[in-house]
Design a protein around this ligand. Sequence first.
Ligand code: ZN
Ligand code: ZN
Length: 141
Amino acid sequence: MSVHNVICAICSERYRMTDQILAGSCGHVFHEECLERWRVESRTCPICRSDDTVYLQLYLDFEEPPPSQNQSQGQSGSADSGIESVESGTEYSGIMREYENLLYETGVYREEIEYLNERIETLMLRNSQLKAKLEMSSDSD
Ligand SMILES: [Zn+2]
Ligand SMILES: [Zn+2]
């Protein structure tokens, strides 16, 4: 049988491919609806109590076979409310790539900020030295 034993800590249910799942920046993962219910009571993570957790949508790729789709089938009219995006594999890797890119960019910007901060300090120091000189020369004038 299947080995998907990853459960949501809030409802203790196993995740299924169709579930809306959120991953927190603290590393904990929950059903979107469970978390929403929880967040009515408390803004902290149900497991680690982290209170500045940022949640991202998570697309898990289970090995369950996708629902068979006949291409010859026409629009089924009644059920087109966005449930057909089960092929989340490409979407997931796209998001993963974007995530890594942003992580990299963040690092670059952090370094840049550090560099600029140093630069500002140097310039401010130089500025105050010049100002002192100015004041001195205007005094002796
Ligand atoms: Zn749940
Ligand atoms: Zn947590």
